[in-house]
Structure formats: structure tokens, C-alpha cells
Ligand binder design. Sequence first.
Ligand code: GLV
Length: 309
Amino acid sequence: VALLFYSSVLSGEAWVRALRAESPELDIRLLPDIGDPDEIDCVLSWRPPPGTFARLKNLRLVYGTGAGVDQLLADPELPPDVPIVRVVDDAQTDDMVAFVLAIVLGWHRKLDVIRAQQAAKLWSRPPFRSVRDVRVGVMGLGALGRATAERLAMVGFDVAGWNRSPRDIPGVEVHHGPDGLGAFLARTECLIVLLPLTDATRDILNADLFARLPPGAYLVSVGRGPHLVEADLLRALDQGQLSGATLDVFREEPLPQDHLFWTHPKITVTPHVASLASPESVAKQIVENLRRLYAGEPLLNQIDRVAGY
Ligand code: GLV
């Protein structure tokens, strides 16, 4: 078994260390010295550099190192019949929930206003609303979105969710499909987006969607940058349709130096930090999936290539 770690943006060392700790006999190859490409049957990758797949004739598994595999699927050389697996990891999920809670609670309790008041030595209480009256909504109820919705509800928020297909989540009002989107948006004062990036969700955060939210709604975008039509967000903020946004993901990452989002008073930019799968936490499921691959057993977290997630 030879596994190639291949990424244009992540260093492989931590992955190699974690995988060796889990399975010392694993033959792991790293760039630039990958040995005989014909021996490589699994690629573990995040943003593979162009040309990755063309060299590998005996590939049996492509493993994405994150929750979203859009960047793998976008590769035109990805072999059509090889299974693709993504990460579903409790630690990554907990970290996403914690990040979203930090943002939503800070928005709800107006911590930015209070900090600005402190700078002016101003003792002034912002208008108070109970957490129970605050309607937050999560778009995308996969592993990350579902846990986020559940735990926002545990904090006491009035939580709804929207998903492509129906879901049953105790304590969360779930809407689904195109027909359910309007009612979901109309009640959502704080919109958290945790959708996968697919042809169906690209550009979904656009002027039409913003217009269906209550005026002054807040956006938290933590899935993928191309969900968002950037010019539409700027217009919605200028017109007051949205009151603000926290964006953790961008069409181009790192966000270019001259991008308007950096200095916009109503936008908080965070540098794709919400949640990343850690090698230590994920190594076990990778080794288990390799075992399954060679035993001919069903793989964990294999994606549906047609659905795109
Ligand atoms: C991070 O963006 C991930 O997909 O895990």
C-alpha cells in the first residue's frame, strides 16, 4: 500500500507523523520524491496541484483531508471511477460549532458595539433581547450544520435549518428543498451557511436570497467562498438589507490585499479558521478506510460524485 500525500497548500509532515503513529507499516510518499507512481493507490489531498492524477495509473482511492471535497471534484483529471472520501470528524465538528457560537453570540450581544463604547469610556447598554427570541438559521444540515443547529438550540436560540432533503432534528424547525427556502429565510435574522459547494449551491448567497431575509439580517459564511456573490453582499450591506457579515471563506484565498472586504466596516474577515480537520484526529479513519478498501468493504464517508458531496 502506498499512499501519496499531495497538496499545494498544506505541509505533509504532520499528516505523515499522525498516519505513522496509527499504522507504522504504511508506505507514505511525499513530493517531490514519490518513487514509482504505479505503486501509489491512494492519494490524500487538499487542493492537489495540476497534473496530480494524470501520473497515477493505479489509483484506487482519493482521500480529501477536509469536510468539503469541491476542490478535488473541480480537478478535470480526477479519474471518473475512483471512490472519493471526505473527512467527517467529531473534533472538527466541535470546532466548527464553537466558532459559529463565538460569532453568533458576539453578534447577538453586540460585543463589537460594546468594545467601541469602551474605547469611548461610554457606559451604555445596547437594547436587550432574550436569546430565546432571536431567530437563527443554518443552511446545510450535514455533519457540521446539524451539530451547529443542535447546539445553537441548546444555547437557547430559536433555531431553524434548511437542507436539500428532509432532516429530523429535535428542537430545530427544519425546512427543505427549493419550496422550503422562502419560509426558512423569512424567519431567519442570522443566517449561518454550512452548505457543500456544488453546482446547485454556487452563488446561492445572492441579491435574491438576501431580499428574502428580514431587513437587517446578519450573515455568517463558513462553508465555501463561491457560495457568495460578493457584489450582491456589498450592495445588500449598503442598502441595509443586511446589517453585517462574518466571512471565513472566500472566492480567492488568501483574500487579495486590495479586496474591499478587508476594510468594510460591516464585514468581519476571518482567514479560513473556523475549523480544520487535524491529522491526529483524522488518521484513524484514514487507516480504517484503507483497511476497508483492501478488504472490499464499504468505505466510510464516501461521497456521491453526482451530488457533489
Ligand atoms: C475545510 O474547509 C474543510 O473542508 O474541512
